[in-house]
Design a protein around this ligand. Sequence first.
Ligand SMILES: NC(=O)c1ccc[n+]([C@@H]2O[C@H](COP(=O)([O-])OP(=O)(O)OC[C@H]3O[C@@H](n4cnc5c(N)ncnc54)[C@H](OP(=O)(O)O)[C@@H]3O)[C@@H](O)[C@H]2O)c1
Length: 271
Amino acid sequence: MLGHDIQQVLGARPFTALARHDLDILNTESVGRAVSGHDVVINCAAYTKVDDAESHESEAFAINAEGADNLARAAKSFGARLIHISTDYVFNGQSTHPYDELAAREPLGAYGRTKAAGEELILEAYPEGSTIVRTAWLYGQHGPNFVSTMLRLATERETLSVVNDQRGQPTWTRDLASKLVELVDSDVTHGILHGTSSGETTWFDFAREIFALSGLDPERVQPTDSASFVRPAPRPAYSVLGHSGWAAVGLTPLRDWRESLSQALESGVGK
Ligand SMILES: NC(=O)c1ccc[n+]([C@@H]2O[C@H](COP(=O)([O-])OP(=O)(O)OC[C@H]3O[C@@H](n4cnc5c(N)ncnc54)[C@H](OP(=O)(O)O)[C@@H]3O)[C@@H](O)[C@H]2O)c1
């Protein structure tokens, strides 16, 4: 989902985009060949099925930790900068204020553990050339996501229940892609940044906003809580990430989630 938008934002610049069938990041030799000749590597590859990871943690670990480590080592040996995408799930969700970039990693589930391990391996292998950008609650044109699910359910059901006790920052992949390209153009070589929209909300309020902006009656969305919507992987209750890292490197954080959502829907996201 994110990789496609990065390609769109890059437009006419010279870049190589590789899907899994072009490059398996677990194959160290292929990773070396792919990285060679490039100045910057953006790693969007991941095992992203949060619930499945609970029963397939070693597979998720291979991709999210060992694959990321392979890319960091190859980037180091070819002198390329690495930009690696990570997640709010590295945190425990128990905070009451936005997570600082340097807050301790304390993942709740398997997906978060494997992504946290990926961050740690990268920072061990290539701290001077790796920038970790954590994101969360992504939606976009190229993949199943919350916005497309809400708009589909709106055609199938009169009312739907959405959890109102998890807070986060809905983030349009196009906004994040643009910010990543700004990062490529900057002289930032390393560190941790939070690539989520500004502002915060709950899934329930996010769903209501999707309905309202799509000309649907938001009252059709009813609040529920996580206890009545149990899934295999635990979800962090509070996934709001702080953005002070951007100013420290002379860049601005992503804009407010409502403004992005409005533009994303106008541009056809979710249809
Ligand atoms: N989506 C979210 O809400 C969210 C939230 C927080 C963080 N993130 C992070 O943001 C990044 C991008 O997420 P996304 O939603 O764009 O993910 P996505 O749509 O699931 O894309 C992940 C891609 O990685 C590929 N991949 C998996 N294993 C691979 C391997 N061994 N070698 C090469 N490619 C491999 C997948 O290929 P196949 O489809 O063929 O398996 C898929 O194309 C990920 O790092 C994710 O952890 C996402």
